[in-house]
Design a protein around this ligand. Sequence first.
Ligand code: NAD
Length: 422
Amino acid sequence: MNISIVGSGYVGLVTGIGFAELGNNVIFVDIDKNKLAYINSGKPPIFEPGLEELMQKNKGRYYGTENYTEAILNSRVTFICVGTPSNRDGSINLDYIISASKKIGKALKVKDGFHVVVVKSTVTPGTTEEVVKPILEDLSGKKALIDFGLAMNPEFLREGSAVKDFFNPDRIVIGVKDDRSKKIMDEIYSKFSCPKLFVDIKTAEMIKYAANAFLATKISFANEIGNICKRLGIDVYEVFKGVGLDHRINPSFFRAGIGFGGSCFPKDIRALIAKARELGEDPKILKAVLDVNEEQPLRLIQLLKKHIPDLKGKKIGVLGLAFKPNTDDVRESRAIPIVKKLIEEGAKVIAYDPIAIDNFKRLFPQIEYASKADEVLDADAILIVTEWEEFEKLDYTGKIVIDGRRIEKARREAEIYEGICW
Ligand code: NAD
């Protein structure tokens, strides 16, 4: 099938290249010329394991363009994968969705034949039918579900294992109302054997938020229990091993530490809270999930000050800047509040990350960056912020290590070692 993807970032690019690998022809649309140049040269503009190999392998099956009309005229389905960031008040910012919908609407006007528009971006319940649909109808002069199809297909891939996740999803959720769109969506995902859930469009939107909210809740819950365990001298990792073996619970996402970051959990929880408030609800659990997450990284500094009370002029090493391993994404990384606090306290920060330094430098040009992890070990104390595998290979002998991510070798070797929740 010929598929177009509007918004070629983490989700759009991985999804499109995944579809190409499955034998489809894919046209990527983006407003970022630089990204398109990368795509057209067969190289990913982002780091994601396995993506470059797939892009090389499928050369000729995809290309990138800024031209919406060309993309829509030459495809049967368009996936909207643009970003949905937060407004200042935490509510969802639909600017990219609106602008993409307008351009798709204009292109639909000149297209003969049935075309399906699929919202893949994470959008609050109601957005596809109350925002995207009217814009498409207005600018195309056509009627949704009759002249063109509409669907909502939330994405569950995880950065760092996005390619693997694309090919091995736990489930595929498709919100759809008309039979023709349902048939086409069924065909697109025909090679996947996981459960496929066909639901109402609004329900599909909500499934994504409920899933992210639950996972974030699991993390904040593990951290809160971990904070109590730390005071009691109990190893929270052993506790959650015992808890996770309960088949009603499941062991994933109980890694207590300095909290969650990234481009999804924080903004999606904020958007869900804002949506709930708009509806007259006061979501207490969701607010607490964010509160715990805000405090957690700063606990690392409190633990550091137990050993070095005055940080002024002290050299503090930060291991890890990405919001999690195997990605160069630093959006809402827990390294951000930590480095900010260290600077406020007058510390001299030296930081290292295998691939996220360039992105972090844009936020903090004033700190020192090490080209190798070893260089950070000379500091007066070391904070472990991201659990990169290579940090399990460093020599921590004689060092002061404050660990936010449970690096076992540091735990065994460091002269002074503090785990955030253990
Ligand atoms: P991203 O910022 O990496 O990519 C978005 C892309 O859209 C950018 O390349 C941008 O240039 C492009 N864009 C913006 N406006 C455009 C327009 N009018 N026309 C064409 N292109 C446009 O974002 P992402 O991380 O891929 O996230 C996209 C959506 O998917 C968000 O709603 C996010 O919440 C959701 N999501 C993300 C992940 C994840 O792990 N990153 C996982 C699941 C769902």
